[in-house]
Design a protein around this ligand. Structure first.
Ligand code: SF4
Length: 280
């Protein structure tokens, strides 16, 4: 399956189960969206949604934050990650919006990144959601799911590379939609630690799932009294394994005598082989 076919298959299936993918952050105007996205860096949307109702009541627009000190903003966002620096950035951003953009949140990525504490990812989310600008921000969910599905090559080792490859792969008009689909799929199904492959709608086009299926079947003929591990290549039992990195850079348990990675745990017969899962 080519990456284009994989993308077509995956997004068609995801659109059926997530017909209206959109941000889960709650806001009522562009300023509030910008603030919510800034607060969501290294924090969950659910946590942000807990603090923003009171915060937006006190600071409903950028003008209402003008002239405030970060100490005045801090109490409203104390339960968010990195509250001190985020409070400073919000105050500075409100001032910059007033000074450079006539009191309105700017609508392009290039302008948005001029604001304090607004990186490329935040800028792309705001530009896409509020101004319908074609943008595809890559966060931890998009990075992981795009890699697991096989929408990007193994050379896409950074968010920037994933973004470039996804933008080449997908039609520009679908970037915003794809961004939200990958985030929501990563948040609720393809989680970092334990992806729910058993209930996932895109198993038929997922590279990670295909690799899991190719792992060796469990063995039932092993004797745990002879050792913790069994090397299936040469038939050795051993207790202290070596590790070697495979071609994907994953540390695999290996046989200390022959170096084989075809190793099984004797207590349950399972292969020790791991598939690269792109957790970041
Ligand atoms: S099959 Fe598993 S790894 Fe693949 S997208 Fe679904 S949950 Fe993620």
């Amino acid at each position: 399956m080519t990456r284009t076919q994989r993308a077509h298959c995956a997004f068609e299936a995801l659109r059926k189960v997530i017909p209206e993918p959109e941000t889960e952050l709650e806001y009522e105007n562009t300023w509030q969206l910008l603030v919510a996205v800034m607060l969501s860096a290294q924090c969950t949307d659910a946590r942000v949604n807990l603090v923003t109702p009171a915060l937006f009541k006190r600071f409903p627009d950028s003008d209402s934050m003008l002239g405030c000190s970060s100490d005045e903003v801090l109490p409203w966002i104390r339960s968010i990650s990195y509250p001190n620096s985020k409070a400073k950035h919000l105050v500075q951003t409100a001032a910059l919006i007033h000074e450079r953009f006539g009191g309105k949140v700017p609508g392009t990525v290039d302008e948005l990144v001029q604001l304090q504490g607004v990186g490329r990812k935040t800028a792309q989310v705001v530009a896409s959601v509020a101004f319908n600008v074609p943008a595809l921000a890559v966060d931890t969910h998009v990075f992981r799911v795009a890699n697991r599905l096989g929408l990007v090559t193994r050379a896409a080792t950074t968010p920037e590379k994933v973004e470039r490859q996804l933008k080449r792969l997908l039609p520009e008009a679908t970037w915003g939609n794809a961004h939200h689909l990958l985030i929501l799929h990563g948040r609720y199904t393809c989680m970092a630690r334990s992806p729910s492959c058993g209930t996932c709608p895109v198993t038929s086009c997922c590279d990670y799932f295909a690799r899991l299926q190719r792992l060796p079947s469990p063995r039932t003929d092993l004797d745990p009294r002879k050792g913790k591990y069994f090397c299936a290549s040469r038939g050795h039992y051993f207790d202290a394994p070596d590790t070697v990195s495979d071609r994907d850079g994953v540390d695999q348990v290996s046989c200390p005598r022959c170096g084989s990675m075809n190793v099984f745990l004797t207590k349950n017969g399972l292969s020790t082989k791991q598939v690269l899962d792109f957790r970041v």
